[in-house]
Design a protein around this ligand. Structure first.
Ligand code: FAD
Length: 535
């Protein structure tokens, strides 16, 4: 196959035009082009008066070597690299019991998928419910019902990303990313995630995908148990020997993958008490900002706004303040909703999600400021957890101690005055918002940095500082407040314990967590022999 990049089409050109461009670029005749597939598609909107789709395409042609040598030196024409995922060579140590995976977020599910495919028959333990029962629990909370502290936006099948925008962008460069996307497509995700520059699934499709991945793990010999919280880790002479589930059931295992996400505070505490080495880690806190999606479309795409082939526009902004802090937008959800993402009683946490169609009226994004262990006020390894908890509780109280979230209009936030009424932007947060002054539930340096950043962002994205735009607080779970140390064999200071994913501090986002799950599964597989049918 030959990989051809830099094929540009205008918004009004049909994708069938790719064929013509390929023939031109490769200087071949129609009959010499056997077939082609799109490898990547991105949008070039740098010049607002001329927006293009830019394609990279893999083509099968007659006389591939000759075409390549004729076009040697053309940087847009190269041989297609082999991106196929290769399973590691299994190790030789016998396993007495099945590997245990704690958590069914992206890290746990993908670790499970790889180990199941290689014949290890992993056992996945998830504290929350399966995705259908979980959806009910979340909807109940969002409509004013009780928060289920074991089954919510953070906990349950699919992990923290299930009620998300399902953005599958990642900054990591790793061949395993493709494996993740392939498996997601096989489980029901739209095929264009394989080539879209900004792949996106949406919570509606993600819920189907995680269920299908679970079924695939089971079909390959794995087992998945819900409402199975690991409450203790069994350790003998510095080596893990098993786990305790729901405080009563002992499960023996010499290989335990810890894919617990960033919100399992009780599990972090249990691990710390067991002597697992944990360090505090920098993360970010702030608010969600909501604008009319139409405003973002116009700012980004000008006269092409709402063009049916473009979809709702996104943005990504960063600002370095003179106080040394950085503010940035994160997890932007076009046409999405701000959601209540608490997992502990007495705290308010915001996040964002969208359906595949991304057709809600508001655009939202986290607006965050970095904080470091020096801000936590203690050098205890779990001080970052306490820091998050403090602001979540203040937000809870500020909004009326009923899981409403405190909200303020951007104009009022910038002028340091309380908001009295909602304006043109109707907040999408479910439960409801209570108008308040967000400075009462955020550190002062975060407030000051956000104020500067909003004004600066408005210079880059016209309308960002719209006085009626809504800020809803507090967004505290942007990434893990801890790192669980691991060595080059991906094991913790307790042998046989494999920390993985976002909660352990090795990933940030769905794809990178899934990739880290795969890496850790590979480490287990490279050490141990697969299990025979009799185990
Ligand atoms: P998690 O997904 O957090 O999974 C951990 C799992 O472990 C949970 O299911 C939990 O219940 C379980 N668990 C914890 N403790 C125990 C225990 N003791 N016993 C048994 N089970 C346990 N990322 C993106 O890339 N794109 C997005 O669009 C996006 N949007 C998001 C929107 C929301 C609302 C949220 C909350 C997050 C979003 N993220 C997004 C972040 C993304 O979801 C996470 O980065 C990712 O899920 C981390 O994967 P993980 O497997 O490491 O952990």
């Amino acid at each position: 196959m030959i990989r051809v990049s830099g094929i540009k089409l205008t918004l009004d050109q049909d994708e069938t035009e790719i064929r013509k461009s390929l023939l031109n670029k490769l200087k071949i005749k129609e009959k010499e082009l056997i077939k082609y597939t799109i490898f990547k598609r991105s949008v070039d909107a740098r010049k607002k008066d001329r927006i293009f789709f830019v394609y990279t395409v893999d083509a099968e042609v007659v006389g591939e070597d000759k075409v390549l040598s004729r076009l040697a030196g053309d940087k847009d024409v190269l041989r297609t690299p082999n991106l196929k995922y290769e399973y590691v060579k299994p190790g030789t140590l016998p396993l007495q019991n099945r590997p245990v995976i704690i958590g069914t977020g992206p890290a746990g599910l993908f670790a499970g998928l790889i180990l199941a495919a290689m014949g290890y028959r992993p056992l996945l333990l998830e504290r929350g419910a399966d995705v259908d029962r979980r959806t009910e629990a979340v909807k109940n909370f969002w409509s004013g019902g009780k928060l289920d502290t074991e089954c919510n936006v953070q906990f349950g099948e699919g992990g923290a990303g299930t009620f998300s925008d399902g953005k599958l962008t990642t900054l990591i460069r790793d061949l395993r990313c493709r494996k993740v996307l392939e498996e997601m497509v096989a489980a029901g995700a739209p095929p264009e995630i394989m080539y879209s520059h900004k792949p996106h699934v949406g919570t509606d499709i993600l819920r189907v995908v995680v269920k299908n991945i679970r079924q695939r793990i089971i079909s390959l010999g794995g087992e998945v148990r819900f409402q199975a919280k690991v409450t203790d880790l069994l350790v003998q002479q510095g080596t893990v020997t098993g786990v305790v589930v729901n405080e009563r059931e002992v499960i023996d295992s010499q290989a335990v993958i810890l894919a617990i996400g960033h919100s399992a505070r009780d599990t972090f505490a249990m691990l710390y008490n067991k002597g697992v080495k944990i360090s505090p880690k920098a993360f970010s806190i702030g608010v969600r900002i909501e604008h009319p999606q139409e405003l973002i479309d116009r700012a980004q795409y000008k006269q092409f706004a709402r063009h049916p082939r473009l979809g709702p526009a996104e943005y990504k902004l960063a600002y370095h303040s003179s106080n040394g802090r950085s503010a940035y937008t994160f997890c932007m959800c076009p046409g999405g909703l701000v959601v209540a993402a608490a997992s502990e009683e007495g705290g308010v946490v915001t996040n964002g999600m969208s359906e595949h169609a991304r057709n809600a009226p508001n655009a939202n994004s986290a607006l965050l400021v970095g904080v470091t262990p020096e801000d936590f006020g203690s050098d205890h390894p779990l001080a970052g957890v306490e820091f998050q908890r403090r602001w979540e509780r203040q937000a809870f109280v500020l909004a009326g101690s009923n899981y409403n979230a405190p909200a303020q209009l951007v104009g009022d936030f910038l002028h340091d005055r309380p908001s009295r009424t909602i304006g043109q932007v109707v907040p999408s947060y479910r439960q409801a918002v209570t108008l308040a002054e967000l400075k009462h539930c955020l550190p002062h340096y975060v407030v000051e940095t956000l104020k500067e950043a909003i004004v600066e962002f408005d210079k880059k994205l016209k309308g960002f500082a719209l006085p009626d735009a809504i800020l809803t607080g507090v967004e505290t779970r942007s990434s893990s407040p801890v790192r669980i140390e691991r060595n080059e064999h991906r094991q913790a200071n307790i042998a046989g314990l494999y920390p993985a994913g976002e909660g352990a501090g090795y990933a940030g986002g769905i794809v990178s967590a899934a990739v880290d799950g795969i890496r850790v599964a590979e480490a287990v597989a490279a050490k141990y022999k697969p299990l025979g049918d009799g185990n």
